[in-house]
Structure formats: structure tokens, C-alpha cells
Write a protein that binds this ligand. Sequence first.
Ligand code: ADP
Ligand code: GLC
Length: 474
Amino acid sequence: MRIFHLSAECYPIAKVGGLADVVGALPKYQNLAGLQAAVVMPYYNRKFVQENEFDTVFQASTLLGTRRLYFEILKEKTDKLGFELYLVKIPGLLDREEVYQYPDETEQFIAFQIAFLDWISYSQQSPDLIHCHDHHSGLVPFLLYHSKLYTRLSHIPTVLTIHNGQYHGSFGWDKLSYLPEIDLTKTGLLDWGGAINPLASAVKCCWRYTTVSPSYLTELSISSNGLEYLFYMERAKGVGIINGIDTEIWDPKKDPMIPHKFSIKQITKGKQADKEALCARFGFSPDKPLISFIGRLVLEKGADLLAAAMEESFNEHPGQFNFLILGAGEKETEQELLELRDFYSEQCNVFIGYDESLAHLIYAGSDFLLMPSRVEPCGLNQLYALRYGTLPIVRSTGGLRDSVIDFGEEGGYGIRFHNASVEDICTSVTRALNLFQNTKHLQFLQKLMMALDFSWDRSAKEYYELYKSLNPTI
Ligand code: ADP
Ligand code: GLC
């Protein structure tokens, strides 16, 4: 069975967050399980693209409103990622460096989707299923089923995976002319709240949608930036499938990005050696507990709570633990964290920016990873932390609730708290510091965490079952 995954991000080509990790891993595991999964994404002028060879497999032009766009479909020659990778290149629109935040983002993603559909329509390709990820490919189901141009493809099932229901990609009706000729009696399927809403349209038109954890499926009808009623009404079409992780890339036994490799057996020694390397880099004593945070510094991640919570915890436990932050995002939060570092320079350090290798070292060398997320559809950081024997301290929401059991409960291994608040974070920090004093217990939990299985095998199987229910020929 041939499946096309459509996504704005894919690791290692272009990564902003977990979407890239998922789209860079799931197809690989699907192929190992016997499917033929490929990824189609916009062309980005970045390292992976510059350093690898591509064949041009299709060339044509299309229309975006009155603008004629020349486009190419490029295929990576060797399938080295474990799947076929196709890039949609449109000079002047899809050939830039950054993934998001261009003023003409709407035009970029509409053009991406139209070029993809033109390609599979004119080249007589007929995938057995199209799997869209987030709003960037959210117009594809509508266009497949309600544009005359693509009637030949209208039998193809579509699945939408929602990685983040907060972003919809909405734009005004004045841009309707960017879409190819559509059935005008069906425009209601594009609309939400008086605008064209690609995520809402995808939920309405896809055959099934999935969320990246079971809890998030329920949460969308309570909080999804205005789409709550839609998710409530369409609930029967939804299924929650928790993400896995790429256990080849995220493997403390052979991770090239960490100085000391370790398996479950040598965890104490190996982890301590990585902790020493990490602490030496950031001026910390490796004997004290190290709590870290990695992620986008945005409200969703609770990053705005970090400075106040850590200030309170530093005062409550003076000189007793260290805190390290790796992230970038809202300028105000970055500034607050830099001030915290200046004030508590012996206990706190901050790296503002994006650094993949440093992230690996932090997962390996920290004792605890803090995730006070307000919204976390799945969250991969806690899964990476578990794999590297680092105890996650998480707010009980979305995928964090589904993957972390508090060590106070039977079979538990992490720390879970209820509210995204300074108080709950401080209480959890105190629990972590007490646990750190009990070396035997902590070592027991580290081994338990490392033995957990969050590989893609299980979740890839669930996607397979879902695909099969939509196309029994699979
Ligand atoms: P989200 O996609 O919402 O940002 P996830 O937990 O799903 O959250 O995935 C985040 C991914 O991005 C992880 O692979 C994490 O290690 C990585 N990451 C986030 N911020 C940084 C950063 N500043 N430097 C390196 N990696 C980062
Ligand atoms: C989104 C979510 C995150 C999830 C990731 C991958 O970025 O915010 O929770 O892990 O997608 O599905």
C-alpha cells in the first residue's frame, strides 16, 4: 500500500519541533512493517537539501489565483531516510530557509498543496491513502473531494493527524481565488467563524482524523482555539494514537551526540559521565541534582512560569540544585530567564537558541526534565528523557498524562502535577530533590524508565489498522 505523508516539517530536513520527529520516523517504521510510505514536503534551502542529491521527477506549472507558478518535484536519490522523500520546489515561494513565519505563509502552503495534487493527478500516481499532518496540508481533503480538477483522485481516503490544534492556518475569504476551481455549493466545508480554516476543513472532509495521544482527543473539544464545537461534533471520526520515538536516533547506547554511551546496565556510570560533561560546559557542580528544560519558550509549554518557579525554588533550597534551560521563543520569556541566570548564576544557566546535539546531551546528562506544559498534544521530550533514564516532571495534560505515571502510584516512574502554576512546579521540584537524596530509589526508577517501550512499533500498528479500515485492499 502506497501512502503519502504531507507535512511542513520532517527530521532531518527541516525541524522546528516534534512534528518533524514524527514525520521523520513514522514512515520508516511503516515501511519496515510492509507499507510503502513516502513523505512530501516543501523544499527548504537547508543543510540536508544542499548536501544530498535529488532527481527531478516532475515539472509543471500551476495557478495560484492569477499568478502562474512553475514547480518541480524532487526526489532524494537513495531513500537513505528509510522512505521516499519528495520536495515541492516553487522558485520564489518554496525555496527558502525557514519553515514558518513568512508574511506570505498562506500562499506558500496553498501552493504546496496544489502542486502536490497537480503532480499526483497529472503523473497518474494513485496513492492508496493520503495522510495529512496539521493545517499546512489541511486543504487537501476538501480539494480532493470538491474540486473538478482532481475528480480522478476523489476515491482516495484521507487521514489527518492533529499535532497541534491551536494553529489553524486561517485566512480570509478574499483569498478563495487562490484555490483551483471548486464546487461552490460546498464552501461551507472550508469555513469556520467567517474565514477559510484549513484545520477545520480537514476535520470536516477527511475520512478519519487522529490526535497524537488519546487524552488530547478529549481535550480538543474543551480547548482548541475556537474549534471546540467542531471537535465535539466530529468526535466519532477521531482516534487517539500516541506518538512513538525513533529508537535508532534516540539510543543512549550509540548516540553519536553524547560523549559517554550507556545501556541500562551501565546507567549509573554512563549517565554520571555525561552529567559531568554537561555540568562542565555550564559551570555546575555534577554532585548536585540537575533539573533541565528543553523546548519552545511559549505559553503552551508553560515557559512563562519557569523564572518565577525557579526563583522560589532556589530560595527554598539555596545552593541545593541546578537548573538548565535550552530553548528559544517569546522575547519577554527569554529576557526573564536571562535575568534569572544573572541573579542565580551559580545555580542556573540558559542557552537561548536551537541546538540538536546539546538537546541530546541534556537528555543524557540531566537527572530531571521539567515540562510544565499548559497544552501538550503528545510531547516527545518526556519520551526521550525516559529513554535516557532522566526522570520527567510533567504537568498532567495530553500526551504527558498518557505517558508518565507518578512514582507515587503503582508501577510509576515520573513526577506528575496538576496545575500549570508556580506552586505546583515548586512542590514537584521539592519532591524531585527529596527523591535525589534516596539514591537507591532513583536508580531503581532510572532502570524502570529505560526499560519502557515507546518505540514506533506499537503506534505504527495502530495507524496500519486505521488505514486498513479505510482501504481494505491494503
Ligand atoms: P513541540 O513539537 O510542541 O515543540 P515536542 O515535545 O513534540 O514539542 O518536540 C520537541 C522537539 O524539539 C524535541 O525533539 C526536542 O528535543 C526539540 N527541541 C525543542 N527545542 C529545542 C531546542 N531549543 N534545541 C534543540 N532541540 C529542541
Ligand atoms: C506538536 C505538539 C507536541 C507533539 C508534536 C508531535 O508540536 O505540540 O506535543 O509531540 O506535535 O506530534
